[in-house]
Design a protein around this ligand. Structure first.
Ligand SMILES: Nc1ncnc2c1ncn2[C@@H]1O[C@H](COP(=O)(O)OP(=O)(O)O)[C@@H](O)[C@H]1O
Ligand SMILES: [Mg+2]
Length: 408
């Protein structure tokens, strides 16, 4: 960020010029939302206004706080680091708040409030209606919500309000990252090639993604192989595998991938018939394919089974599935299928599980991946773990790697 504020770019200008009292900006990452917000704050301060900046994390708050301190230094009458408050010689004042502390903001009255990355704050509805909106009443203040979307949460409702002609105080604006002329188009292309289309649509195109929409695209185009025979491979390629354990009503699945060609060679799916028998089957497959790396789900029954197989000398490690570790695991497979980086066996059950796989928006704004109610996702998980085993350095899997334990 510059010492001086930069001149607004072509898509920021009309947003600032618009005279709506409440503005909702749904824009891609790095569109220039925060820059625009700071520009608005600075021009309000010049007129002696009382301003507040809110953001969901302390890190964002302190970044903007640093910038505001620097920009206003020549005109500062008083500054409080504790309160993140700057008072100017002309009577104007700006305060920076974390949305996490929104309930402690009392007895203030503002002319302008910025809520940056509003969609990333889980309790935006309560924060707005319960705490922030009343702060604008006394001075008939304005508000700007600027954010990259996060599904159809409360920020989406505010966005719709801005589109609604019966709510004249509200206006909405929409712009992708590419609308910022200071972002190199090659950066956007690079992001596009390394993330699932869905995530790119949300983060860079600023789309409000719907719940329960399909996760895997291009499934049929890559599901074209028939199961292979181990004897087909004379040249000893590197085989890796993923294992998802069956529970009471589902199946244990082992997916074997030729890591050299990224082609699935075997997908074994068997009903729970006692752990010892299941381990025997996994060991048999591991020996047959001379698999050099197996990643298996480690939750509950997974861990003792993995330990037993490790004791038998199998190169198997566990992956603990959590809400946090599951997303990058699944998204890596989503991306591989979208980009046709992987080829899969066409199997009615497994292809069906990929096609049926869904996301559901969590209240906190994230996505939960899973089979539709009553459906199974054993083959999806086994394939995702096998795909993870293909790679040693997939950046998307960095988070997942924390969940890996190595014990042999
Ligand atoms: N009008 C502008 N002129 C020059 N650079 C800009 C302008 N608007 C944004 N930028 C630059 O673009 C990048 C992203 O801007 P930022 O405001 O942080 O985006 P966002 O908050 O939408 O993620 C930053 O490097 C910022 O300095
Ligand atoms: Mg920002």
């Amino acid at each position: 960020m510059h010492d001086q504020l930069p001149a607004l770019h072509a898509l920021q200008k009309p947003i600032v010029a618009h005279d709506a009292r409440f503005k909702v900006l749904a824009c891609g990452r790095r569109f220039g939302k925060t820059t625009l917000a700071i520009t608005e704050i600075q021009s309000a301060l010049q007129h002696g206004a009382q301003v507040a900046y809110f953001a969901p994390t302390y890190r964002m708050v302190s970044e903007v706080w640093r910038i505001l301190k620097r920009l206003n230094k020549p005109h500062t009458a008083h500054r409080s680091e504790d309160e993140h408050r700057i008072e100017l010689i002309n009577g104007g004042a700006v305060e920076c708040w974390s949305l996490k502390a929104v309930d402690t903001v009392r007895g203030r009255a503002y002319d302008l409030i910025i809520i940056d990355e509003a969609a990333q704050f889980p309790n935006l509805e309560d924060a707005w209606n319960g705490a922030i909106r009343p702060l604008l009443t006394d001075r008939r203040g304005r508000a700007i919500f600027a954010s990259t979307p996060r599904g159809r949460n409360f920020f989406y409702q505010l966005y719709l309000l801005g589109e609604d002609s019966t709510a004249p105080e509200w206006a909405s604006f929409h712009a992708p990252t590419a609308a910022n002329p200071f972002i190199a188009p090659s950066e956007i292309l690079s992001a596009q090639s390394t993330m699932p289309a869905r995530r790119f649509a949300q983060e860079y195109l600023a789309e409000f993604l719907a719940d329960n929409s399909e996760v895997f695209r291009n499934v049929l185009a890559v599901s074209v192989l028939s199961p292979a025979l181990a004897s087909d491979f004379a040249d000893n390629p590197r085989f890796v595998a993923g294992v998802d354990w069956g529970r009471a009503h589902d199946y244990t699945v082992m997916c074997v991938i030729n890591a050299d060609t990224r082609q699935e060679v075997a997908l074994d799916r068997f009903n729970a018939v006692g752990w010892e028998v299941q381990r025997g089957r996994i060991k048999q497959l591991a020996d047959k394919w001379r698999i050099d790396h197996i990643i298996a789900e480690a939750n509950s029954i997974g861990e003792p089974n993995i330990q037993a197989l490790q004791a038998e000398g199998l190169p198997i490690i566990g992956f603990t599935m959590t809400a946090k570790s599951k997303s990058p695991l699944i998204e890596a497979l989503v991306l591989a299928i979208e980009k046709s980086d992987i080829q899969l066996i066409h199997d009615a059950v497994a292809t069906g599980e990929l096609l049926a796989y869904q996301t559901e928006q969590l209240k906190g704004g994230g996505w939960r991946y899973g089979a539709p109610t009553g459906g199974h996702d054993d083959t999806v998980i086994a394939r995702a773990l096998a795909w993870m085993a293909v790679h040693d350095h997939l950046p998307m899997l960095e988070i997942s790697r924390e969940n890996i334990f190595r014990r042999w």
